[in-house]
Design a protein around this ligand. Structure first.
Ligand code: NDP
Ligand code: MG
Length: 395
């Protein structure tokens, strides 16, 4: 994974592209960057629709290039900033932001499947990647890892579990791994009576006990689909079979994940539940920098671990099934989940219907070809249509 590259551009600062700069990871990234003006230079920013916040970020970080979702927003920014910043939009603009010439490291923090093409484009342009967008590996893990190897780019995990595993693996041989243990908080419904799950509202599902994140991943944390996606992400990132990746519920989110070795030793990574930690490590690897994260209160920390209940979190098994089947199936899982979560947030389906929708789509004749990014995008599109059909049938 590490390529031993050194950074020497202009003044020696690392040039960053932040894709998804207005989101939860994007904002945390800029908070870390703000603490280290001597180390990092923001070359490009990419946002979706939050133009107000993007403008503040432009004022503060003075990027060379920014991209937004629509042409109208791009024109607004061009009018406002004249020639002082170049402005792009849509997928083309996102790709340009991530591959911009003076960028050394691209922070991939767009949410959902829209993150795949910009991320693989940045890899193809030889940029190191700080990867938050797990969908990139869920959808196209094999292709993405191959491409990263070929271009000798580093894929540095931002997802806290994967950052923990990455740290727990350092200095060890892959052959000596017995199993990887991903921890999950269990979300807001860990102890809710099962029969009440059907009636939970989007507001209740959005109240995560330990982390503040974007809406999609917060709902996925309540169903545990997020952990399922993370199993797939870990499978590719660390090249370890999913059969050796286990999930434990750990409601306190103190241990961010663990690796057990064949001699029975378990290496765990701990810290406060604050994404600035893993973000800082991805930005500064192999060095460590101050991140703003408070020291963990070890005296009051509690450590509880338990197996996830299958009937409370059925989505987890769907994810294992998808990676077992391989090919385009994980992309189908991911797309069906995105559609189902959106529908739940819109109040069109209930919480427990999220699982039903994904399962029904996976039971269809799923396009399994996954030779290219185009195949993957076709599988994604197919799954979105099918999930919509299933949801309409429920109404
Ligand atoms: P948010 O929803 O908070 O932010 C998403 C960001 O992507 C926003 O900047 C949004 O712009 C932008 N965006 C969305 N769609 C597009 C698009 N089509 N084109 C350009 N920009 C777009 O998500 P999170 O920050 O929570 O998550 C981002 C990724 O990181 C996800 O893949 C998630 O799974 C992963 N992750 C997040 C963690 C967290 O703690 N939040 C932890 C681990 C992983 P705008 O808001 O301007 O519309
Ligand atoms: Mg995570």
């Amino acid at each position: 994974m590490a390529s031993g590259r050194t950074y020497r551009i202009d003044d020696g600062r690392k040039g960053l592209a932040v894709l998804g700069s207005t989101g939860s990871i994007g904002r945390n990234t800029l908070e870390v960057v703000r603490r280290h003006p001597e180390r990092f230079r923001v070359v490009s920013l990419c946002a979706g629709t939050n133009i107000t916040l993007l403008k503040e970020q432009i004022q503060e970080f003075k990027p060379e290039f920014v991209s937004v979702l629509t042409r109208e927003s791009a024109e607004e920014l061009r009018r406002e900033y004249g020639g002082s910043v170049r402005v792009g939009y849509g997928m083309e603009g996102t790709i340009e932001a991530g591959t911009y010439e003076s960028v050394d490291l691209t922070v991939s923090a767009i949410s959902g499947a829209s993150g795949l093409v910009p991320t693989i484009s940045a890899i193809r342009a030889g940029k190191d990647i700080a990867l938050a967008n797990k969908e990139t590996l869920v959808m196209a893990g094999y292709i993405v890892m191959e491409e990263a190897r070929r271009r000798k780019v580093r894929l540095l995990p931002v997802d806290s579990e994967h950052s923990a595993i990455f740290q727990a693996l350092a200095g060890h041989r892959k052959e000596d791994i017995k199993r990887i243990i991903l921890t999950a908080s269990g979300g807001p419904f860990l102890r809710l009576p099962l029969k009440s799950l059907e009636k939970v509202t989007p507001d209740e599902a959005l109240r995560h006990p330990n982390w503040r994140m974007g809406k999609k991943i917060t709902i996925d944390s309540a169903t545990l689909m997020n952990k399922g996606l993370e199993v797939i992400e870990a499978r590719w990132l660390f090249d370890v079979s999913h059969r050796r990746i286990e999930v434990f519920i750990h409601p306190q989110s103190v241990v961010h994940s663990m690796v057990e070795y064949i001699d029975g030793s378990i290496v765990a990574q701990m810290g406060s539940a604050d994404m600035r930690g893993p973000i800082a490590y991805a930005l500064s690897y192999p060095e460590r920098i101050e991140s703003g994260v408070h020291s963990l209160d070890l005296i009051n920390a509690r450590f509880e671990f338990m197996s996830p209940e299958k009937d409370r979190f059925p989505c987890l098994e769907l994810a294992y099934m998808a990676i077992e089947r391989g090919g385009g199936v994980p992309a189908v899982l991911n797309a069906a989940d995105e559609v189902a979560v959106d529908s739940f947030l819109e109040g069109r389906i209930g919480f427990t219907d999220i699982y039903r929708v994904i399962r029904e789509v996976l039971e269809m004749d799923v396009p399994s070809r996954a030779q290219s990014i185009e195949d993957i995008l076709n599988a994604d599109l197919w799954a979105r249509r099918k999930a919509e059909e299933v949801i309409r049938g429920m109404g």
